[in-house]
Write a protein that binds this ligand. Sequence first.
Ligand code: FES
Length: 69
Amino acid sequence: MYVCICNALTDRDIRAAVAEGTSTFADLRDSTGCSGCCGNCEDVARAVFDEAVTAQSRPLGLPLFAHAA
Ligand code: FES
């Protein structure tokens, strides 16, 4: 889905940026322009970004409930 209309940025683009090493939202903004124009996308973009960073830090991409055991 499109997250940032101003920059034609999708949730997949954000996940790909995280997978390629983008580790802060500021870096995402600098590299993609996300939330740098009108800013209407920032809340959703941050949520997608945070989710992607969290998923990236889990071993083998396992879902969160796998850590409970
Ligand atoms: S929709 Fe993302 S900066 Fe406007």
